[in-house]
Design a protein around this ligand. Structure first.
Ligand SMILES: *Cc1c(COP(=O)(O)O)cnc(C)c1O
Length: 408
């Protein structure tokens, strides 16, 4: 039998079933009217934000990386809870604006911004995290044409990376940001052109569970920001320190030590060089804010045996849960936390594969894992589904369409 990932804290059991916010999964599915279904817990998100506020220095603002979960009710909830929003497309700009989020709290990163996206962002008063000199020139030209003052920041391609991170976003040749040594010239150009200079965006990586690596990345980011601010000859209004706080997905993964990371960042803030003395800092988090707050519920439609192996076949799959199937940025497939949600208290009785309904061998949600004896009609829960689930899976593949989503 292969191990399953750790079930995140904060879930309960009622009448033998997995429960969220005091309601059983059967109850939630009945309200939604169908499976597959993503359920996100507002209480879980609130607790996570509270923990971050308690652990991190007060000077550090908290941003939500929208790409992790752009579901409208999640954006509205976040509008109460966080200080800013980081978007990466014109489509996300439309979603955050539809959720009533103040454009003054939005920054827009991402390579390949089209003229239309730049125009919409400049018109709305969104901060652009510029990914290249070419994009800077296009943004300045578009703003000049429209007669406004664009809010411009520079995304820096750092000369280091976040060690132990699932997705490296810095260190060496990258499509993201401007290589550090060319940043001072670009800053001077932006200021000379009369734009509002907004500062640096330095994102070194994602999904790290290594406390020391995160602490080191913070220190290196602050060093780099100070050096580039000095070389640019301009005060640094803001600095986005990136994020990269990971969550446990797989067997053996341990959560990060938030109080330790916060305490070390506070120490670093207490000895900032003069060039950063008045800088406002933020971090941008996606999965750490919402990943563990979501589950994906899918119903068993068939149960079969092939060459001695049991298959529990569900009505969902990788078209909603690409990451849990092991096909989104992982090298070796390992099991996410998965449970038979309607037999949450039953003991392990067999090894089974949970597979989706797509006609491809890639569609596997759990591999040879220990489960209670499950039957057609039971609900399966895939945990850690609050980030990069619905928004990062090929919902059109094989024509089953998107899953329902619910915030409770
Ligand atoms: C994806 C992304 C994030 C969020 O990453 P998480 O691992 O979900 O926290 C933050 N910033 C940038 C620039 C990103 O591309």
């Amino acid at each position: 039998m292969k191990a399953l990932g750790p079930i995140p804290p904060g879930y309960a059991m009622i009448d033998g079933q997995l429960a969220i916010a005091g309601r059983t999964v059967s109850d939630l599915v009945a309200e939604a009217g169908s499976t597959p279904l993503f359920v996100y817990s507002a209480q879980h998100v609130r607790r996570r934000v509270e923990a971050l506020r308690a652990a991190m220095p007060q000077r550090l603002a908290l941003h939500f990386a929208v790409k992790a979960n752009p579901f409208g009710p999640i954006l509205s909830l976040m509008n109460e809870l966080v200080d800013g929003f980081d978007i990466a497309s014109g489509g996300e700009l439309a979603l955050v604006r539809a959720a009533g989020i103040d454009p003054g709290r939005i920054s827009f990163a991402g390579p390949g911004k089209t003229d239309a996206e730049l125009r919409a962002a400049v018109a709305a008063g969104v901060t652009l995290n510029l990914e290249s000199e070419g994009e800077a020139e296009r943004a300045l030209a578009i703003a000049a044409e429209a007669g406004g003052t664009p809010k411009l920041a520079v995304r820096v391609n750092p000369d280091f990376d976040l060690k132990g991170s699932g997705m490296k976003m810095g260190g060496g040749a990258k499509p993201f940001g401007v290589d550090a040594e060319r940043v001072p010239d670009l800053v001077r150009r932006i200021i000379a052109a009369g734009a509002e200079w907004c500062g640096f965006h330095i994102f070194a990586g994602s999904q790290s569970l290594d406390n020391d690596a995160i602490i080191d990345a913070h220190a290196e980011t602050l060093r780099l920001a100070a050096r580039l601010a000095d070389q640019s000859g301009a005060a640094l209004p803001k600095c986005n320190l990136g994020g990269g706080f990971g969550i446990p997905y797989f067997p053996g993964d341990e959560p990060i030590d938030l109080p330790q990371i916060g305490a070390r960042l506070a120490e670093q803030f207490s000895v900032l060089p003069p060039s950063l003395a008045d800088t406002r800092f933020c971090i941008e988090l996606g999965r750490y804010l919402v990943g563990e707050a979501g589950i994906y519920l899918t119903r068993i439609v068939d149960r079969k045996v092939s060459h001695g192996e049991t298959y529990l076949i569900v009505d969902g799959g990788l078209h909603h849960q690409l990451a849990a199937s092991g096909n989104f940025g992982t090298v070796v497939r390992r099991n996410y936390p998965v449970a038979i949600a309607t037999r949450y208290d039953a003991p392990v009785a067999e090894a089974a594969n949970v597979v989706g309904c797509l006609c491809t061998p890639l569609d596997r949600l759990a591999d040879k894992a220990g489960f209670p004896q499950a039957a057609v009609g039971d609900l399966v829960a895939v945990f850690c589904a609050g980030a990069y689930g619905a928004s990062a899976s090929p919902a059109q593949f094989l024509g089953h369409g998107p899953a329902a989503e619910m915030l409770t």
